[in-house]
Design a protein around this ligand. Sequence first.
Ligand code: ADP
Length: 252
Amino acid sequence: MTATMTRPARTASTAPQGISLTLDGVTYRYGRSRTATTPAGLGPVDLRVQPGEFLCVVGPSGSGKSTLLSLLAGFLRPQTGEIRLGDTPLRGPDPRLTLVQQEPALFPWRTVAGNVAFGLERQRLPRAERTARVEDTLRLVGLEGYGPRRVHELSGGQRQRVSLARALAVQPQLLLLDEPFSALDDRTRTVLSDELLGIWWERKVTVVFVTHNLEEALALGQRVVALRGGEVVLDGPARELSVGQLRETLEE
Ligand code: ADP
């Protein structure tokens, strides 16, 4: 572990820790196709993610990764089955979870601090607490002192750090990541992956990380779930899996 991975944050001790995530017979189908007997989509999927677990979801294009994330983020509702966060059914976008997307959708007219504060404004936190939370979170993602900067002054990697900070500032119990590093160069991707592991270690947040990169999934996840044709075809501890095995399962 590098020094950056254990960078302390003042709010860390008070942040709520990870929550369990349960999918019971979840399906989502995109309408009826004239050519396909089973319309495209996802499921049925049964899955339980433990509190504080780091799960990577892999699968080729069209395997259902985005559909799964959209369901978890509450953008789509399951057509059958149920998703639960802790003991509560998920009924739409939920303040206990946040999503980091492949392209950081930052507000260009806001400063870095303004972007990170966005979710906190909606939580109506007092200004002093909001400022402290923004500073702590920027420190957590390695952007201490960047608060007053404009987004257009930042590199791609720094923008993705801001995006991560914005998602973490609200202290989610479940962090969803949709190919967050795929647009970055290899070196930046490695650095940010290490930092993400450090943040996960420190915050004990539950993580669902979607990627089509099998090496990345095995390097980051404690557990890897592979999707093919909208179904879970493999689910196991990362340390017991290999890229070859995953590739073989996904190509069968
Ligand atoms: P992935 O993220 O792994 O590429 P998706 O979840 O996007 O997979 O897609 C799963 C399946 O659902 C694919 O067959 C895809 O073509 C289909 N699909 C995705 N979005 C839509 C949509 N809006 N309308 C119809 N079919 C869709």
